[in-house]
Ligand binder design. Structure first.
Ligand SMILES: [Cu+2]
Length: 137
């Protein structure tokens, strides 16, 4: 094996190990067009890639900053630049958050995740999350 190649492989391995330690935090996206802090989407992945179930936590709070619990929450994953097949993750409530798995089926543009919380008092809260890029797996 050429020395250069060996060095490259060792360096790559070290980079992967270091990356895992430094970047283990989830991808956090704040809802666009709503009061600051009213909703946050956490995607448990170092990097968003296609065709991979990515666990998520959706945290919703009301105008006073209190967590919204007991709501019926649905999300619709769309791409603004093209028509895509319906993509709605199954969502359950756990530990004060709405959780499930998202699968991005396309890497040819931005995604938008439109979510709706139907609260126990009958009111509705719409949230929208923008994702610029998803890498092809
Ligand atoms: Cu697409």
């Amino acid at each position: 094996m050429p020395f250069k190649l060996f060095f490259f492989m060792v360096f790559s391995l070290a980079a992967v190990v270091l990356h895992g330690e430094v970047c283990a935090a989830p991808v956090r996206i704040t809802a666009a067009g709503t009061p600051a802090g009213s909703a946050t989407l956490e995607l448990q992945a170092d990097e968003l890639v296609t065709m991979t179930p990515i666990p998520f936590r959706l945290l919703v709070s009301d105008g006073a900053g209190r967590p919204v619990t007991g709501a019926r929450v649905s999300c619709d994953m769309i791409m603004p630049s093209m028509t895509m097949p319906e993509n709605r993750p199954r969502i359950t409530e756990r530990d004060g958050a709405y959780v499930g798995e998202m699968i991005f089926t396309c890497a040819m543009g931005a995604w938008r995740i439109n979510c709706l919380a139907e609260k126990t008092d009958g009111s509705r809260q719409a949230m929208s999350f923008d994702i610029e890029t998803v890498r092809m797996k």
